[in-house]
Design a protein around this ligand. Sequence first.
Ligand code: PEP
Length: 257
Amino acid sequence: MAASTSRVRPLVAGNWKMNGLSAALAEGRQVRDRLQEAGFAAGVDVMICPPATLVAALAREVAGSRLRVGAQDCHPAPSGAHTGDIAAEMHKDAGATAVIVGHSERRAEHGERDRDVKAKALAAHRARLTAIVCIGETAGERRAGLTLQVVARQLAASLPEGADAENTIVAYEPIWAIGTGLTPSLQDVADVHGFLRGTLVEQVGSAGDRIRLLYGGSVKPDNARSLMGVSDVNGALVGGASLKATDFIAIIAACGA
Ligand code: PEP
């Protein structure tokens, strides 16, 4: 398998989803401290996206360190009568530098369509947050041979005008691989990421060559290194294995190796 696109600096981002009370900040501190050690995964960027209740507290804990804080989901509007929602500007104000949009759990549980995801990505850009735009096929779509068609449609309809390598990251997350312990073969990952790279360049021009393409779906300490070695995989979006600092640190180490 060819080495990862060397011109793109990898990112390992942890998505804590709806997990973590204030005691979980200790896991973030552990990651922060490991990243401070000289030479540890020096070529890798690292982010934790905790639930909204912990964004400000984690941002305070990691201020001045290499660890970045991201948020999960945002409302398209900057403010207004939207009880329970959080604007991208609010995440920014709390200390986030990025926000995950279009995660398959949001698409499935909240009926989010590509156009909603695009509006949220646009909101992220407006607030000067990096939008981490998630796409990926269901098991049925893969079985039917529709994977490339599905991710092409999602990418075309979810990425806003003005997307570039600074304000946008794309995470390919096959839905059937999320939280299941299943992963696609390395060849399948290479095929999808290679296709997405070409599609990104067609869609946004030369910036598409530098937009980070993360792989997500059951990334663990024991498979991270091989997944990260796949061409055009520029890092990982990690769910379950990001909750324990020791596992997340092992994944970061594997990505930096
Ligand atoms: C995710 O939901 O973004 C994810 C990648 O989850 P997991 O690593 O647990 O499969």
